[in-house]
Design a protein around this ligand. Structure first.
Ligand SMILES: Nc1ncnc2c1ncn2[C@@H]1O[C@H](COP(=O)(O)OP(=O)(O)O)[C@@H](O)[C@H]1O
Ligand SMILES: [Mg+2]
Length: 210
């Protein structure tokens, strides 16, 4: 990533931790303050990433191995970088992404048990050349998050995996935060949206992302 151009910021955390809520507040703030930016999330609407997503979510592909799934996520990530992230950064825009490589570490490496080494290897570029400038990890336990969301969405395979799986995801995020302390900033998710947002803004300003 060319550091002299736009900044790349990702939001991470368990399902229901408050990412979308913070992204909405940030969106309002950036628009109001005339900060050139884009919001994105994988697969990001690109033709190839969407086609990969279709393979991943298609119920007919139930024999897909965990390794294949992880490789497809990383393939889609590279395409999304090329389609959306890199062009916006080259234009000097702030790029905000809802989930990125740390989700693969938390979900695939730790929760599914594929291991750090495999997931880091297949996501090497996303962890080095295309690493975010800042990752905000909204720290909220799955039980706290589930209580807010009032139950799972039946259509989401990951949400159906149950609380034990999500506890492993949460543990995974804690490990990610410890392993990449230069990049990952932990924000306590057990505060009001406004309190969290004040902290998010402070972090982004301190780290010259805003
Ligand atoms: N700080 C907060 N305190 C209380 N409830 C919150 C907070 N942030 C989000 N929520 C609520 O929790 C639920 C999940 O939030 P959401 O932003 O959709 O999480 P995510 O995008 O991480 O899955 C929503 O109903 C939202 O209104
Ligand atoms: Mg969300």
């Amino acid at each position: 990533m060319e550091k002299s151009k736009g900044k790349f910021v990702t939001f991470e955390g368990c399902d229901g931790c408050g990412k979308s809520t913070q992204l909405k507040l940030l969106s309002e703030y950036l628009t109001k303050n005339g900060v050139p930016h884009i919001f994105t999330r994988e697969p990001g609407g690109g033709k190839i990433s969407e086609a990969i997503r279709e393979i991943l979510l298609n119920g007919k592909n139930s024999e897909m191995t965990d390794e294949c799934e992880a490789l497809l996520y990383s393939a889609s990530r590279m395409q999304h970088l090329a389609d959306r992230v890199i062009p916006a950064l080259s234009d000097g825009k702030l790029v905000i992404c809802d989930r990125y490589v740390d989700s693969s570490l938390a979900y695939q490496a730790y929760a599914r048990g594929l291991g750090e080494e495999f997931i880091e290897n297949i996501n090497q570029l996303a962890l080095t050349k295309y690493a975010p400038d800042t990752t905000i990890f909204i720290d909220l336990t799955p039980s706290q998050a589930f209580a807010r969301k009032q139950g799972a969405d039946e259509n989401d395979r990951l949400e159906q995996a149950g609380i034990a799986f999500h506890e492993r995801v949460y543990d995974g995020y804690q490990r990610v935060a410890k392993k990449y302390p230069e990049r990952v900033v932990v924000v306590n998710g057990n505060q009001t949206p406004t309190e969290i947002f004040e902290q998010v803004l402070r972090v982004l300003k301190e780290r010259n992302c805003l």
